[in-house]
Design a protein around this ligand. Structure first.
Ligand code: ATP
Length: 322
């Protein structure tokens, strides 16, 4: 029987986290479960920084980026002593489970709480990187793609007007999901992702070929996980071609902003699914959506198994860039 749960957001913020917070609180309320909202992720859990959240406390947040619960990266939580203090608070609050909205680091932390202190834990995938196995998409990813794409569209105007080559670095940690999507949607001439390393000579050859074909401007999308990033790619192309090349690192603008409809719907479904999973007696799993249906994946599998980028989409990006 679940009477009270704790809820936190952890790691990098992602648009749609608030929609997930709202969904957890309102689903819990409909099941007569009380929700303790923990501020600043595991850091707040260690300090006992929390307050009860009811349905009215999560009004008017579905459309807001960031997280009203605040997020943090906690060094203290990496030690057993830190986690013991967190577990003590959870016992003090008399909660029957913990819902964690975050990425793989946060799920590592959750698994530790389960293994070491037998605290039932459910994960909700909240990260723009889309790098968690067990859900086709993570909360925040769709919004981040839209944000990066609109920036690339703007850079394309300048690249075309000034007949320049732009190297644009997008986020994604060690994964190329954002890069590949925006490369196809933004009509990029080349895309570099960690999953498919390309020698720099081959990138230079692509640019030279573009110039020979009469292209006066080019956009090259680089995922942040690629060795050397946009700056090294820029330097290599400039040296080899003698053309002026601009590098733009989009950075944190990709993490904020109003969540897209897709992210709000995903977050709403997963928030609901997380509470239901606890009620069903599940623990140590992440809720995700696979082929349109709710799936439960053991937390360790979410980071041990690598989610692959779509090879057909990668091939498509290459075909269409001629
Ligand atoms: P994002 O993908 O957006 O960066 P994340 O959840 O992967 O999100 P991290 O900074 O990696 O973000 O992890 C969040 C927090 O989880 C860390 O600050 C730390 O407190 C905790 N954590 C990470 N790894 C571990 C681990 N191996 N054991 C215990 N706790 C961990």
């Amino acid at each position: 029987m679940i009477n009270r749960i704790a809820l936190l957001t952890s790691g990098g913020d992602a648009p749609g986290m608030n929609a997930a917070v709202r969904a957890v609180v309102r689903t819990a309320s409909s099941c007569n479960i009380e929700v303790i909202g923990v501020r600043r992720g595991f850091a707040g859990l260690i300090e006992g920084d929390s307050r009860t959240l009811g349905p009215r406390d999560v009004a008017n947040i579905i459309q807001r980026g960031g997280t009203i619960l605040l997020s943090a990266r906690s060094k203290d939580f990496l030690s057993r002593e830190g986690r013991a203090r967190a577990a003590e608070n959870l016992h003090l609050w008399d909660v029957d489970g913990l819902v964690i909205i975050g990425g793989d680091g946060s799920f590592h932390g959750g698994q530790r709480l389960l293994d070491e202190f037998s605290i039932p834990v459910i994960g909700i995938p909240g990260t723009i990187d889309n790098d968690l196995f067990g859900s086709d998409f993570t909360i925040g990813y769709d919004t981040a793609v839209e944000t990066a794409l609109s920036a690339i569209d703007k850079l394309r105007d300048t690249a075309a007007s000034h007949e320049r080559i732009f190297v644009v670095e997008v986020m994604g940690r060690n994964a190329g999901f954002i890069a590949l999507d925006v490369a196809v949607a933004g009509g990029a001439e080349e895309v570099l992702i960690p999953e498919a390393p390309v020698p720099i000579d081959s990138v230079i050859e692509t640019v030279q070929e573009s110039l020979r074909k009469g292209k006066t401007s080019s956009i090259i999308v680089v995922a942040e996980g690629v060795d050397g990033g946009a700056l090294q790619v820029r330097q290599a192309i400039e040296q080899a071609t003698g053309h002026e090349v601009r590098a733009t690192i989009l950075g944190h603008i990709q993490r904020g902003g109003t969540p897209t409809a897709a992210d709000r719907i995903l977050a709403s479904r997963l928030g609901e699914a997380a509470v239901k999973a606890l009620v069903e007696g599940r623990s140590g799993v992440m809720v995700g959506i696979v082929n349109g249906n709710v799936h439960h994946t053991a937390l360790p599998l979410t980071w041990e198994r690598r989610k692959e980028v779509n090879p057909h989409l990668y091939a498509c990006a290459k075909t269409l860039s001629i």
